[in-house]
Design a protein around this ligand. Structure first.
Ligand SMILES: [Zn+2]
Length: 101
């Protein structure tokens, strides 16, 4: 069973308590009405779809209910770290170097 550490609760819980929320750190445009259709589609649908370390949003739906971010390796499905929403994105290249040791 995959366990995920919730940084809000401070506990590790089974993945069945969580819901995936897509790529993390996607900023909503400051003025959406100023975008053309292509730019709006880019914001809504286009994601990096990285192979390897990927920053994602998760929600502890059957726990505290809060959103948080996680870095997960999309190849091994292992969570490298989790952090609260609003905290800066970790240096993914440094984490990848650390994981390769
Ligand atoms: Zn929680």
């Amino acid at each position: 069973m995959l366990l995920i550490f919730c940084p809000c609760c401070g506990v590790e819980r089974p993945e069945t308590e969580f819901r995936y929320g897509g790529e993390a750190h996607i900023a909503r445009p400051a003025d959406p009405s100023a975008l053309n259709d292509e730019e709006w589609a880019q914001f809504l649908y286009m994601r990096s779809n990285t192979r390897g370390l990927y920053a994602e949003r998760w929600r502890h739906t059957h726990g505290c209910g809060r959103f948080f971010n996680a870095v997960r390796d999309t190849v091994s499905d292992k969570f490298v770290c989790t952090y609260k929403a609003g905290e800066p994105k970790p240096d993914l290249e440094a984490l990848a170097r650390e994981a390769a040791k």
